[in-house]
Design a binder for this molecule. Structure first.
Ligand SMILES: *[C@@H]1O[C@H](CO)[C@@H](O)[C@H](O)[C@H]1NC(C)=O
Ligand SMILES: *[C@@H]1O[C@H](CO)[C@@H](O)[C@H](O)[C@H]1NC(C)=O
Ligand SMILES: *[C@@H]1O[C@H](CO)[C@@H](O)[C@H](O)[C@H]1NC(C)=O
Length: 450
């Protein structure tokens, strides 16, 4: 059913490795073994010892400072494009969060209440309890959890009716077959070899069926954390290469089916600054998102991209963390500023939401790729629509703080070495289960303080 469009998409992906670097791609620097020539219309320009980048020839190069504006908006006339600087506070039209109360997930509230009950220090306990009032996303990471979505929506609908302000429920769609293809900690329940694609389609159908009776509740969905980023950078991993066609078919199906409901707004997951934000990955990422979106029929309810989901980067870092060495896009705002124009020019809606749930403390990792239960992390900026960046619809808490990133038990089937690194909090239980010690640290190190 998807074969023609998807195969065309598959065919373009491996080409990034050997071809000339695309505009804005990397073309040199310490450790770089890829192409050193640039696509026509761009010139390989020295940025620093780690990076030379293909910049449009008219740009004149001169790396170092990033001045790329973010958030292009089109005036009603439809002819003039205005660029808005990073500091703009102009809210973008069509922000799906506007005018809604975000529903508090009862499951997370119960986890937080149980955790707070185990904290003896009165000040810390009170701060911990306050976390139950901060909205997070709910991860539907198994098909068995999907029925609880209907329960949440029923409560959200009732709250909307009694308050007079409609409710918004935040969900994460996360059940791809051969999930987490480049790591081990979050392996899912479905396998491609064992009917995974059909099982996934059924999972999406069940989500749609749960939402359908509640057109009065708005749903914001983040689609499949890590999966598309894995297809941009990790096709050398056999499990990812094998999963490519299935991931594309499944994400296309998710976009199409969710867009049959006019109250659902989707953001595809786009990794983070330290992943797709490297100059060499930006253009391939924009191409992948755009091709996939177009192959799904450019659904109007696909709103944009989610970044930093379950990661630890700042939206705006006070200064570059040393681990970001060489990347001009050293925080999420810079990553978004670099990616947005590529999306806009290729026809993908350049709107974003950014997870800041665990980004309160910076400069605590030993490498940018460290993602597991980072020691010393604190809760970050509260969810808000006042993002300071017109392309960013909302700062959100996508990963419920306190739920574990992955086990540190090296004998466990889902062990990933990142969870036993010296900057990972240990001992850590299985991914998704409660990690009390990690939670209390998030509470005490919250920035701004709770
Ligand atoms: C709280 O403490 C009780 C008793 O020690 C224990 O059974 C329970 O698992 C703890 N809960 C959490 C969330 O740590
Ligand atoms: C996946 O790609 C990222 C980004 O290039 C890289 O850091 C990571 O090591 C890769 N993972 C594997 C298992 O190859
Ligand atoms: C680690 O995992 C192994 C294999 O599942 C299990 O037998 C062992 O009890 C676990 N160790 C700890 C400390 O949880």
């Amino acid at each position: 059913m998807f074969s023609t469009g998807l195969l065309a998409l598959v065919a373009i992906l491996p080409a990034f490795v050997n071809a000339q670097s695309p505009i804005f791609g990397q073309c040199g620097g310490i450790g770089w073994s890829g192409a050193t020539t640039c696509a026509s219309g761009s010139t390989c320009t020295f940025s620093n010892a780690y990076y030379s980048q293909c910049l449009p020839s008219s740009n004149g190069g001169g790396g170092g400072t990033t001045t790329t504006p973010v958030g292009t908006t089109t005036k009603p006339s439809g002819t003039t494009t205005v660029t808005t600087p990073v500091t703009s506070q102009t809210p973008a039209a069509g922000n799906p969060f506007t005018g809604h109360n975000i529903f508090l997930t009862p499951f997370y509230a119960a986890e937080v209440a149980a955790a707070a009950a185990n904290i003896t220090d009165a000040t810390t306990k009170a701060k911990a309890l306050s976390v139950a009032n901060i909205p997070t996303f709910t991860w539907f990471d198994t098909v068995s959890k999907v029925p609880s979505l209907g329960t949440y929506l029923a409560s959200a609908s009732a709250q909307g009716k009694s308050s007079g302000t409609p409710s918004l429920v935040q969900i994460i769609v996360y059940d791809l077959p051969d999930r987490d293809c480049a790591a081990a900690a979050s392996n899912g329940e479905f396998s491609i070899a064992d009917n995974g694609q059909a099982n996934y389609f059924n999972y999406i159908d069940q989500i749609v069926a749960q939402i359908k009776p509640f057109p009065d509740v708005r749903v914001v969905a983040i689609i499949e954390p890590d999966s598309l980023a894995n297809l941009v950078t990790n096709l050398s991993v056999q499990k990812c290469a094998n999963a490519q066609t299935t991931y594309l078919a499944c994400v296309t199906y998710a976009m199409q089916q969710l867009s049959t409901l006019s109250n659902v707004f989707s953001y595809l997951d786009a990794g983070h600054a330290g992943w797709l934000g490297w100059p060499a990955n930006l253009s391939p990422a924009a191409q992948l998102f755009t091709s996939l979106y177009k192959s799904a029929g450019s659904p109007s309810t696909v709103r944009g991209l989610a970044t930093n989901v379950a990661n630890y980067n700042a939206l705006v870092a006070a200064s570059p963390d040393p681990i970001t060495q060489g990347n001009n896009n050293y925080d999420e705002a810079l990553y978004i500023a670099a990616l947005a124009p590529l999306l806009t020019s290729s026809g993908f809606p350049a709107h974003f939401i950014v997870d800041q749930g665990r980004s309160g403390v910076q400069n605590i990792r030993q490498a940018w790729g460290d993602w597991c239960n980072v020691k010393g992390a604190g809760f970050g900026t509260r969810p808000t629509l006042n993002t300071g960046i017109s392309a960013v619809d909302a700062i959100v808490w996508a990963k419920p703080g306190g739920e574990c990133d992955g086990t540190s038990n090296s004998s466990a089937a889902r062990f990933d070495f990142h969870c036993a690194l010296s900057d990972a909090d240990q001992p850590a239980p299985e991914a998704g289960t409660w990690f009390q010690e990690f939670f209390t640290t998030l509470v005490t190190k919250a920035n701004p303080p709770l």
